[in-house]
Design a protein around this ligand. Structure first.
Ligand SMILES: Nc1ncnc2c1ncn2[C@@H]1O[C@H](COP(=O)(O)OP(=O)(O)OP(=O)(O)O)[C@@H](O)[C@H]1O
Length: 693
């Protein structure tokens, strides 16, 4: 029995397809679908490309003018659709490309030879406007002088591009070469610049380089995680149609090599993934959940995907549908925010309390009446002590309060003072209970206790958690209690920089979640331009950001894959002026009339009051407004300016944003979460941002 040939698509092919006008797009899709069904069909004529430096590249006729460029090696029975264009452009593209197997990593790479062809001979003078990369100025120390050629190749640099890397003198040279370098090489070289050793980088990205590689075995090379960040092997007509019809939904098809490795395969226990805004954590979490549902979940079990807010869970559920396509394994997946899960579970246990998410003013006011006159502590102290210590840590009695760690609290309390403080919290709980109310942290605690007694615990094969930084200690303990300690049990993604509720700071290890040896980090920002990312990061300067497990995280080692204008910073003395800036910018961007390709725009505010003022002002100028409300999904249709609070916009993204942060950014870094909220808002922007402060 002969096996059918394998057909693959390259990322370049899909990016090109995504930019074509709809009639041409449809024609190419039709051709590609037919090609995929049988690339050996008699009607397909593989033309040799004169002048091509890779003898395995062929041109295939699509119509009189258009050609597809196909990689068709002698061995391996594989066909890769690499590119489409008008005849002459397609040939020119092919003449300057080579498909090669990296001799260290075994991955398949598209080598763009024009970047080395254009290098002047060493020592030649070049116009001042050209990047350093071309100068090879001998007075400047080369950027990667301390890294051997072998190591550069291990990081993913194609052998042919070593001269290009050797000429780099500063980070701008690396950025200038981004388009020519494979993703893993660009990222690896950047991490070397931040001080990481090559062996650390390879270890963290789980890349093996001590294997013997057959550089002529292109078919085997296609299977590596690095190759799959730029090529996708298509196995059915329906899969091909799905991919071709949504060519810009890259996240569904091409994962970063580390995303790919973490999404599939077994892990011996809980995993924690960190990554700044836009580094693909949610995308990874979704692919992981899919793999677990398809491969590690038997009948009667489910993978639980949970996150903090209902809105984010709705978005994820929607995206999951497109990720599974029509695979029935989606029935082995449940997506629900934790609060809803708790609500449902406790109701099933006939829990007699209603859960409250804010302090009950009436009960709190009464509890404050038992404050000891012997202590000179104001109400704000008690509020924070309740939120950050008693409720957050699940302290149930005086004994527990005497022993609890109060790290991070400014007021020192010895045992005698704790004894005097405690009755306030006891009273508050009693009063809540008499009203059949329960604070949410206490409800998490109760749910965890009930689960421990439950004879039929929740039937999950795995739990995947997004936005982990938003979960406090009680929530994490509950999640731990929801599944037995076993292989693949828990998978967390999160980012301490985006914690917008300081009281939710937790240490995973203290909640029974041991991630030692199973912690990884994503460094490349797929969403936000590097210019906006840098400005957003600058807002957090001087702050200590945690790594969700009691350690420190840093935000220096991130890089964006796209570039654009620097964000505009506008100072506004008050909210009236701030709103005016938003109106002016939107007016300027939005223009008149409807343009379907218009960029998405969102104005984000701290409060609902200002949000409503912005909406009203825009409407009075006849600009259509779409208010992003809590508990309703954001409409994907781009026919109105979005207006949202910063909290609500978490997890969303827009082409352009205006962030009204006037009065939110104090000069002195403190432990309030306002700067982090503005960081979250700014990093919703893909291309352009205005920060009003
Ligand atoms: N491998 C990928 N290829 C292409 N695009 C990707 C990839 N991974 C993520 N993206 C895109 O990058 C953007 C950010 O991804 P995602 O929301 O997963 O990041 P995140 O780290 O969860 O962000 P945040 O923490 O800011 O919410 C999205 O537009 C997503 O589609």
């Amino acid at each position: 029995m002969s096996l059918a040939p394998r057909v693959a698509l390259s990322q370049d092919f899909l990016l090109k397809l995504g930019k074509l006008p709809s009639a041409m797009h449809a024609r190419i899709v039709k051709w590609a679908l037919k090609f995929q069904q049988d690339p050996t069909a008699a009607g397909i004529n593989y033309e040799t490309i004169k002048g091509a430096r890779d003898g395995n590249l062929r041109s295939v006729r699509i119509d009189q003018d258009w050609r597809g460029i196909v990689f068709k090696p002698e061995l391996g029975d594989i066909y890769i659709l690499l590119h489409v264009d008008h005849h002459d452009e397609a040939y020119r593209w092919a003449e300057r490309r080579k498909i090669a197997v990296n001799p260290a990593t075994g991955s398949l790479q598209i080598v763009s030879l024009e970047s080395v062809d254009e290098l002047p001979p060493t020592g030649a003078s070049v116009p001042a406007t050209q990047a350093n990369v071309a100068t090879a100025d001998e007075s400047v120390t080369p950027l990667f002088a301390s890294v051997t050629d072998e190591q550069l190749v291990q990081l993913g640099t194609p052998v042919e591009l070593l001269p290009l890397v050797r000429r780099m003198c500063d980070e701008r040279d690396l950025d200038a070469a981004q388009a020519s370098l494979p993703l893993e090489a660009y990222e690896g070289l950047f991490l070397v610049l931040t001080g990481d050793s090559v062996s650390t980088i390879l270890g963290e990205r789980e890349t093996r380089v001590n294997q013997s590689i057959d550089t002529a075995n292109f078919a085997a090379a296609l299977d590596s995680a690095e190759s799959q960040s730029r090529f996708v092997v298509v196995t059915s007509d329906s899969e091909m149609a799905e991919i071709l019809n949504a060519p810009l939904a890259q996240w569904r098809v091409f994962l970063h090599p580390l995303q790919r490795k973490l999404a599939a395969g077994d892990r011996s226990g809980p995993v924690r993934i960190l990554g700044g805004a836009g580094t693909g954590k949610t995308v990874l979490a979704m692919h992981r959940a899919k793999w677990l549902a398809q491969n590690r979940t038997v009948e009667g079990q489910k993978v639980l995907f949970t996150t903090f807010t209902r809105n984010l869970a709705l978005d994820v559920a929607q995206n999951m549908k497109s990720l599974f396509m029509d695979d029935a394994a989606i029935n082995r997946l449940e997506v629900i925010n934790l609060d809803r899960w708790v609500h449902r579970y406790l109701r099933g246990k006939n829990y007699e309390h209603r859960i409250i998410y804010k302090r009950d003013d009436d009960a709190w006011g009464k509890a404050m009446q038992v404050v000891s006159p012997k202590l000179d502590l104001d109400e704000a102290f008690y509020v924070e002590e309740w939120e950050r210590v008693v409720a957050a840590q699940g302290v149930q009695d005086l004994d527990g309060y005497r022993q609890v760690s109060r790290i991070g609290r400014r007021t020192i309390l010895g045992r005698a003072k704790r004894d005097l403080v405690w009755p306030v919290f006891e009273e508050y709980r009693t009063l809540l209970s008499s009203k059949r109310l329960k604070d949410v942290d206490d409800a998490y605690h109760d749910a965890a206790q009930l689960l421990a007694l439950d004879e039929a615990p929740a039937p999950y094969s795995a739990i995947v958690v997004d936005e982990t930084q938003d979960f406090g200690p009680q929530a994490l303990r509950l999640i731990r209690a929801m599944i037995a300690k076993e292989r693949n049990d828990l998978f967390f993604v999160g980012d301490g920089h985006q914690r917008i509720y300081a009281k939710h700071r937790a240490v995973m290890g203290h909640c029974g979640i041991d991630i030692r040896g199973r912690s990884r980090k994503l460094y490349l920002n797929y969403r936000t331009t590097d210019e906006i990312r840098k400005q957003a990061v600058a807002l957090l300067e001087g702050r200590e950001i945690d790594d969700l497990d009691g350690g420190r995280d840093d935000n220096q080692r991130y890089k964006s894959l796209s570039h654009g204008p620097s964000p505009e910073i506008v100072d506004a003395p008050g909210s009236q002026e701030a709103v005016q800036v938003a109106i002016d910018r939107v007016h300027q961007w939005w223009g008149d009339g409807l343009d379907p390709s218009r960029p998405s725009v969102c104005v984000m505010t701290h409060t609902k009051v200002i949000r409503d003022q912005v909406a009203q002002a825009l409407r009075s100028l006849n600009i259509a407004v779409s208010m992003i409300e809590s508990d309703t999904a954001d409409s994907a249709v781009n026919d109105a300016v979005r207006v949202s609070t910063m909290h609500r916009a978490k997890g969303l993204e827009f082409d352009r944003v205006v962030v009204l942060a006037h009065g939110m950014l104090g000069a002195v870094p403190d432990d309030s979460d306002l700067a982090q909220l503005v960081y979250v808002a700014m990093t919703r922007a893909k291309a352009m941002a205005v920060l009003v402060r």
